[in-house]
Ligand binder design. Structure first.
Ligand code: TXA
Ligand code: MG
Length: 315
């Protein structure tokens, strides 16, 4: 494997250092408000290929393109009035829009896996925004974890996942803790391809229309939606009231545990803690983790989605 990164990476200390790596066609992980991203210049096919190599990700899985603002995003995709309304309301923020790709844009075909659509977002993290602006180009960035593993919400988790071989711009812990919500905009129809850190209810309240789910019999339109995607080493048992012998317990609200996602039952706090706490229990070497029930409203939809994937039979 010719990973386009040194055997032991030196972390960039400043945004300028990180930008220099990216401009030179190398990878650099950077913080966003959701999870850390493994960034590459989205116009450079060789750089983007090294993302797939580093992650061990199936080639067909397209990447999210990160922009510094709506103006940069509009150079890459066709924005309908509905798409623009969503972008203006929720960017910078944890919303990814899947839109028709403009023809003749400089984006590497590899970022979109040959699709005629493109997934775009403007992240709400000052370092990410500064980094994209300094590079002056859109950045392709999937979550900075080896494929199939938990998404990292701190720089140290990124280093652990890639055994220190990928440089990381450290921006502290992520505030949202689960990935962005992915919405496809096709004509007047909004379809949620992935539940995420922006709740369906907030989107529906803004636009005054329903956000649909992908048709059950449709081909997988967001490959991140493959079952068993977010998998810790330990087996996961959901909707548990208490731990069985040999299990660690991840609590929520009044259901206490080894650790608790949110003792007060706050879903934002639980989302922020989800991957970090699963990682924390996983790193103890425990064989199984029981997880307290999480309500399905608001951010609970995304949390339950990630937990069901973590609990799914392993492929
Ligand atoms: O919060 C996030 O979204 C994080 C941070 C780093 O921004 N990024 C992230 O990216 O989760 P990634 O690459 O792990 O997830 C990308 C998802 C995949 O499920 C992929 O299939 C879907 O976006 N996707 C990308 N382009 C698409 C397209 N044109 N049509 C449908 N789905 C697309
Ligand atoms: Mg991911």
């Amino acid at each position: 494997m010719s990973l386009n990164a040194p055997a032991s990476a030196i972390d960039p200390k400043t945004v300028e250092d990180a930008a220099a790596l990216l401009r030179a066609g190398q990878l650099c992980a950077f913080p966003t408000e959701t999870v850390y991203g493994l960034g590459a210049d989205a116009t450079d096919s060789d750089a983007v290929l090294s993302i797939y190599e580093a992650k061990g990700r199936p080639r067909f899985n397209p990447l999210i393109i990160h922009c510094s603002d709506l103006a940069m995003a509009e150079t890459l995709a066709e924005f309908s009035p509905l798409a623009r309304t969503l972008a203006k309301a929720f960017w910078p923020g944890p919303l990814t829009l899947v839109l028709p790709k403009r023809t003749g844009v400089a984006l590497s075909d590899i970022t979109t896996a040959g699709l005629s659509s493109v997934a775009l977002r403007v992240p709400a993290h000052p370092l990410a925004l500064e980094l994209i602006a300094v590079v002056g180009k859109p950045l392709a960035a999937p979550s900075a974890n080896p494929s199939g593993r938990l998404s990292p919400t701190s720089a140290s988790q990124v280093r652990l996942g890639f055994a220190g071989r990928v440089p990381v711009l450290d921006g502290g812990p992520c505030s949202a803790g689960v990935e962005s919500t992915i919405i496809s905009v096709a004509g007047d129809t909004l379809t949620q391809l992935r539940a995420g850190a922006l709740s369906r209810e907030e989107i529906e309240a803004l636009v005054g229309q329903q956000v649909l789910d992908p048709a059950k019999d449709a081909a997988i339109t967001a490959p991140g939606m493959l079952l068993s995607h977010y998998a810790p080493n330990a087996l996961i048992r959901l909707n548990a009231d208490a731990a069985n012998p040999g299990e660690a317990m991840l609590g929520f609200g009044k259901v206490s545990g080894t650790i608790n996602l949110s003792p007060s039952g706050d879903l934002h706090e639980a989302a922020r803690n989800l991957f970090a706490m699963l990682n924390q229990l996983d790193e103890t070497g425990i064989r199984a983790i029981a997880v307290a029930p999480i309500p399905l409203d608001g951010l609970g939809e995304a949390i339950n989605d990630r937990l069901e994937r973590a609990a799914a039979p392993r492929g």
